[in-house]
Structures are given as C-alpha cells and as structure tokens.
Design a protein around this ligand. Structure first.
Ligand SMILES: NC(=O)c1ccc[n+]([C@@H]2O[C@H](COP(=O)([O-])OP(=O)(O)OC[C@H]3O[C@@H](n4cnc5c(N)ncnc54)[C@H](OP(=O)(O)O)[C@@H]3O)[C@@H](O)[C@H]2O)c1
Length: 262
C-alpha cells in the first residue's frame, strides 16, 4: 500500500518487538478491505510506556494502538476510559484515540474467540463448556463465553487459586452462568477450549485427557503456532469438530476496525 498524508496510522506497542506479527496481520486486513490505514510496530520499553502513550495523544493522524506483551495490563493506568469488556478482563489489547486525544481501552480477545465459534456454527448459548487455563487469554475467553450465554462453564487451571478467582469474577457478573473451577473430565462437556500455552511446543503434553471424548464434542484451541495443536489433531482423529486459534485472531481484525472507527 502507499502511505500518504490521508492514511490513518496505528501502532502496536511491544517489548521485545522482533516476534510481533500483529502489524502484518492488521496491514493485510486493511489492504484486503480497502481501508487507508497502516499499522507499524513500535518498540517501547516498560519504563517508556507512559511517555509514549502521552505522545500518541498529540498525534492527530493516529487512530489508536495495539498493546501486547508486556504492556496489556500496565497501559490501563494511562488511558482515559476502559470499555466494560476491558475492565472485566483486566487487560487492554487495543486502544482508540478519539479526535480530541482521549484514549479508550478495549479487549477483543474473547469477542474474537466467540465470533470464531459462531462462524463454525457453534453457539455457546446454553452449552456445557470446559475451559483449560485462566491466564490473559483465559480471562478474556471466559467473560466472552459467559456474555454469550454459556450454560455451564468449568474452569480448569494449573494454579487453582487463579482459576477459582476467575470463576468468582464470572459468577459475580453473570449469575445465570453455572461457573465453577477445578479439574474436570473432558467427556462431560459440549465444548472444550484450551486457553493455556500448553501445545505451543512440539513435545508439550495434551492439556486434558480426551480418550473418552464423544465425536459430538467441539474442541477449540486459542494457540496460533502451531495452527493445529496436538490437542486438535487428536480430537479430530476422534471425529470431533476442531477450531484453531487463527480464526480468533482473524475475527479480531473486524472487531478492531469497528472499534477504532478505521
Ligand atoms: N488466537 C488469538 O487471537 C490469541 C489471543 C491471545 C492469546 N493467544 C494465545 O493464548 C496462549 C496463552 O496466552 P496468555 O496471554 O493467556 O498467557 P498467560 O497469561 O501467560 O497464561 C498462560 C496460561 O497457560 C497456563 N500454563 C502455562 N504453562 C502451563 C503448564 N506447563 N501446564 C499447565 N498450564 C500451563 C497458565 O496456568 P497458570 O495460571 O497455572 O500459570 C495460564 O492459565 C498463547 O499461546 C497465546 O499466543 C491467542
């Protein structure tokens, strides 16, 4: 694309920066949807985050910025407003810069996951869902599943206290969702989603025992590298519908475009 004085600019703030793929994914999306928007990576060390965010307020052709490791939580201190979603999740992955320089933080991770489920004809409403993990992605996915009407949500996390805290936060916001934390048998659920990072490495174990899984169970993974984790490969062999992490990221591109008013 050609960047001109008419082009709307956005950044992706990270530290380190070398592995960051979001600008490429964003630029491909803007190009394919005919948007005159360009995204650039910005290498920002934690101690400089406040100064960089303050400077962005004054950059009038900037429509917003993404934040990834290690800025997703810390950035919230420097923003004017958080969407309810960002507040619930406790992390911001995209911030909009309004024309007057106000900065509004949002979190699209969980919304992207649910959009990806729906595109695969899986509606979380009323479903019994087992979620593995309660980290950053896990918090986002759990809130989005509860918002989408999940009937029963079981959160199983290595650090049980963290899983319990997430379950309590969900219960406080969504009293109709039957949410609990603790270990679980995979065969008791309609949908299983892995939100842990277990599966990124080739020799990682499968994060749940799926040996008695019924083919009707849908198995999803938020991991993007590899595109097909061992969990998904094994579930697919058992006849289950499987959904990888790429669709979650792809769906976030539409959500970000809308949120940034790009
Ligand atoms: N597709 C997308 O759009 C998208 C978006 C965001 C993230 N992601 C992916 O989601 C994954 C998690 O990212 P995150 O930001 O949520 O990371 P995080 O905040 O560090 O959370 C990591 C989670 O994995 C669990 N975990 C890590 N190592 C484990 C092990 N050896 N055994 C059992 N559990 C383990 C952690 O459990 P403890 O709490 O016990 O430590 C925690 O629940 C990454 O692969 C990331 O790339 C994908």
């Amino acid at each position: 694309m050609q960047i001109t004085g008419q082009t709307k600019i956005m950044f992706v703030l990270a530290h380190p920066i070398g592995h960051v793929r979001a600008p490429a994914v964003l630029n491909a999306h803007f190009e394919s949807t005919g948007k005159n928007v360009a995204a650039s990576p910005l290498h920002v060390a934690p101690e400089d985050l406040n100064g960089v965010v303050a400077a962005i307020r004054h950059m009038r052709n900037v429509i917003g910025f993404g934040t990834t490791i290690p800025h997703k939580i810390e950035v919230m201190r420097f923003l004017d407003e958080l969407t309810p979603n960002a507040k619930n999740v406790g992390a911001v992955n995209f911030t909009r810069r309004d024309k007057d320089g106000r900065l509004i933080g949002h979190n699209t991770d969980g919304l992207g996951f649910v959009a990806g489920l729906r595109l695969n004809d899986v509606d979380p409403a009323g479903k019994r869902i087992l979620q593995l993990g309660a980290g950053g992605a896990g918090r986002a996915v759990a809130f989005a599943l509860a918002e989408a009407g999940a009937g029963k949500l079981r959160i199983s996390n290595r650090d049980g206290g963290k899983g319990q805290a997430l379950a309590e936060a969900i219960a406080a916001h969504y009293p109709k969702c039957d949410v609990t934390a603790g270990p679980a048998a995979a065969e008791d659920f309609d949908v299983i989603v892995n939100t842990t990072s277990v599966g990124m490495k080739e020799d990682d174990p499968i994060p749940v025992d799926i040996d008695r899984l019924a083919p009707a169970t849908v198995v999803a993974d938020v991991i993007m590298t590899p595109l097909v984790t061992r969990l998904l490969a094994r579930a697919s062999e058992r006849g289950c519908k499987t959904i990888g992490g790429k669709i979650m990221l792809d769906q976030q591109m539409n959500l970000v475009t809308d949120f940034l008013r790009a």
